[in-house]
Write a protein that binds this ligand. Structure first.
Ligand code: PMP
Length: 414
């Protein structure tokens, strides 16, 4: 189409886009990394000197091998925060994602309690979507078939669809971020949790990977206590259904924190057995540093409020700009915790909008990444991670992204 025939709107947006390109931006909204100011909140961890006192409360020298369950003092703190009995919560190394990967591998090779190895048969994971791309990367890499379960319009899980799929014995697992989900910010309420715990499943060895990565990452005064998911599961007669994961990655230092695994006594024994083949014990000195740094559960809560003071203004900024620029064109989530805002751009524009943004120096998570096999059926979802850039950069990046969404929409109509 020749330039002269273009609609005035398209022309205006093109001009805005060219002006943005001339600014030579270099901005990144891709990964939900804590900002430097957030990381500074935990600098005391770097200065903690364990030289004089490297024993736990029971007097064990933590410089040595052993202690596979993790440091009891730290497990107590996170047992309280996650609402899990301490005997059912283990502290490990630096990455919950690695635990999730290893649990899937153990399940594939050895089977979970009460089941045969998943390998060599059609094994399926249900994937509420939009979801966390790195979850989907694990199951894809390990040859597990993924089935996308779109969230309902109100952001809740499609329980009837999940229940229908569970009639298929091939369905062995489900990914789920129960609190402030990545990327929708939605949380599972108690009724939904009870339904998930009680739902009949054709596979006795069906497991829900309950990744509570954002359990304490509140952005408002409302600080809901975690659901007692293991208690609910036991009550419902499926005590072994949930594998629970969490970590301090977005509490202290991302990649240098402590990860946690929790489950039923039978699953904990199973996990202990397999990890004892992999390692002679986790990094207990890092666990000790974390226990000393926090002191107690209230110490973690206070620390998270300091994160909130840095993060909440950024989320408010994103909300304001999206409201100004995209009202009537797109919808988006209004998270009260976690790390992400999901924009639902007009259908068939997300890929183009992300591509337009990239060409003017604004990096956004690839369109489709929040779906299994990168397949967003409406090509609509764009994930925004506001934590990392300083506010001035964030404002520029969101403004630019909005222009790209509008331009992609206008091109479609042209
Ligand atoms: N789960 C979710 C839902 C996440 O968003 C992230 C970090 N982006 C992780 C797990 C990674 O956690 P870790 O650093 O403990 O591997």
């Amino acid at each position: 189409m020749s330039h002269t025939l273009e609609s005035p709107l398209l022309e205006t947006l093109r001009a805005e886009y060219v002006a943005l390109r001339e600014r030579g931006l270099s901005l990144d909204l891709t990964r939900g990394k804590p900002s430097a100011a957030q990381l500074d909140l935990s600098n005391a961890l770097l200065d903690l000197d364990l030289g004089a006192d490297h024993r736990d409360a029971a007097g064990t020298d933590l410089r040595n091998y052993g202690g596979g369950d993790g440091l009891l003092e730290l497990r107590r703190i996170f047992a309280e925060l996650l609402g899990i009995p301490v005997a059912q919560l283990l502290a490990g190394n630096n990455a919950s994602l690695q635990m999730m990967h290893d649990v899937v591998v153990h399940a594939l090779l050895h089977g979970v309690p009460g089941g045969e190895p998943w390998v060599g048969r059609d094994a399926v994971f249900l994937c509420p979507s939009p979801g966390y791309d790195r979850h989907f990367a694990i199951t894809q890499a390990l040859g597990i078939r993924m089935v996308s379960i779109p969230y309902l319009a109100d952001g809740s899980l499609d329980l009837p669809s999940i229940e229908r799929h569970l009639a298929d014995p091939a369905v062995k697992g489900m990914w789920l971020v129960p609190q402030y989900a990545n990327p929708t910010g939605s949380s599972v309420d108690e009724t939904t949790a009870r339904a998930l715990a009680a739902m009949p499943a054709a596979a006795d060895d069906f497991r829900i990977f309950w990744d509570n990565a954002y359990a304490v990452h509140h952005l408002t005064d409302d600080e809901p206590a975690p659901l007692d998911i293991l208690g609910l599961a036991a009550e419902a007669g499926h005590p072994d259904r949930f594998f629970v994961f969490a970590s301090t990655s977005k509490i202290t230092q991302a990649g240098a924190g402590v990860a946690f695994f929790a489950s039923s006594p039978a699953n904990i024994d199973w996990y202990r057995h397999h990890t004892s083949v992999q390692t002679i014990g986790p990094d207990k000195l890092n666990q000790l540093r974390h226990a000393r740094f926090f002191g107690d559960a209230e110490g973690v809560r206070a620390h998270m409020r300091a994160h909130r003071a840095l993060l909440a203004p950024k989320f408010a900024l994103v909300e304001r700009i999206l409201g100004e620029r995209l009202t009537g064109h797109a919808t988006w989530t209004h998270p009260t915790g976690g790390y992400f805002v999901t924009v639902y751009a007009p259908a068939r524009t997300a890929t183009r909008a992300v591509e337009l943004a990239k060409s003017i120096g604004v990096a956004v998570t690839p369109a489709g990444a929040a779906y299994p096999y990168d397949d967003d059926p409406h090509d609509s979802v764009i994930r925004i991670a506001p934590s990392m850039p300083p506010e001035a950069d964030l404002a520029q990046a969101i403004e630019a992204l909005c222009v790209c969404v509008l331009l992609a929409e206008a091109e479609l109509g042209a």
